[in-house]
Design a protein around this ligand. Structure first.
Ligand code: PRT
Ligand code: ZN
Length: 286
């Protein structure tokens, strides 16, 4: 029987869609239905286990799944030690201390002797300990933001992405103490077959992730500006240059980091580039 590698993915929540999108972008197809707990991919020997995110580190540790996608917060909170294979970058958020407006917050020391509600007691207590702060931790599994108003806590440590939830509950984000994004985790004792499959999968994931941060540009340029344009584009072996019918002009193609894209675009225009075409890249290798 063909060997497969199994991946635990959040069944339904903030990680689900992006986890499945990433796998689809790797050319791996499957049928995912919110009612099923397992699925088998086509195009790659991969099977899925759809579960709650809190359970993913334990399932991977127990070998119920070989690998998994989970927020760094859940992984660290679990206290389980696994291989962190990649930081996938999506579902990013921060764990922040938030306080009511009446609370005069001046750093973590302000929490000394106070009641702090959180769903991440292990992460919070580690950070408080590292900062020599002795405080009570009130563990709640959800709706942390209502605990201050309910009178069970003086401050909270909760995940934040836009900050809207805190504001809507009359709380101020006082300090970010920890950052999280989705991780690809693996059981450290995978057998050789599984490790080979993981390496094949990683090759695809890396190609997709690299491409996500790049744009492909194509433009026409006066030939005498070529050296300057190459310097502007930078970070690559050489742009592809094709002569045009009009002898004084060339067509240039290259990948550019998305973060530098607008700066590059403006400088190329200033050099006389025309007909600039910009395309998304689906996959690429370095
Ligand atoms: O059912 P299951 O246990 O699988 O899911 P869950 O309810 O425990 O988790 P889910 O789907 O809410 O989040 C999964 C993971 O997404 C988390 O463990 C984080 O790694 C990550 N993530 C990213 C977030 C957020 N952003 C986020 N904003 N998790 C939670 N939130 C909460 C936040 O605490 C706040 O209450 O979303 C609310 C809205 O945030 P604002 O700041 O945008 O208003
Ligand atoms: Zn959860």
């Amino acid at each position: 029987m063909e060997k497969t590698i199994s991946i635990a993915v959040q069944k339904s929540g903030r990680l689900s869609e992006k986890s499945l999108d990433l796998i689809r972008s790797c050319g791996i197809d499957f049928y995912a239905d919110s009612r099923v707990l397992k699925a088998r991919a086509t195009g790659f020997p991969l099977s899925f286990l759809f579960v709650r995110d809190d359970d993913i580190p334990q399932y991977v540790a127990d070998g119920v799944a070989d690998i998994g996608i989970v927020g760094r917060n859940e992984y660290d909170e679990s206290g389980i030690s696994l291989d962190v294979v990649r930081d996938l970058g999506f579902a990013s958020c921060r764990l922040s201390i938030a306080v009511p407006h009446s609370f005069d917050y001046r750093g973590l020391q302000s929490l000394e002797g106070k009641r702090n509600a959180t769903s991440y007691p292990n992460i919070l207590s580690r950070i408080l300990r590292e900062n020599d702060v002795k405080a009570d931790i009130v563990v709640v599994s959800g709706s942390v933001e209502i605990t201050v108003d309910a009178g069970v806590a003086d401050a909270i440590a909760d995940l934040v992405s836009t900050g809207t939830t805190l504001k809507m509950n009359g709380l101020e984000e006082a300090e970010c103490i920890y950052r999280s994004s989705a991780l690809l985790i693996a059981n450290p004792d995978l057998d050789d077959d599984c490790r080979l499959l993981l390496d094949r999968l990683l090759e695809r994931i890396d190609a997709v992730m690299l491409a996500r941060h790049k744009k492909y540009i194509l433009f026409n340029l006066p030939a005498e500006k070529l050296d300057e344009a190459a310097a502007v584009i930078g970070g690559m072996k050489s742009p592809t240059v094709t002569p045009l019918m009009d002898k004084g002009w060339v067509s240039v193609q290259s990948a550019v980091d998305e973060s530098r894209f607008w700066a590059v675009f403006e400088r190329l225009k200033a050099l006389g580039a025309e007909g600039i075409l910009v395309m998304n890249i689906e996959k690429m290798t370095e």
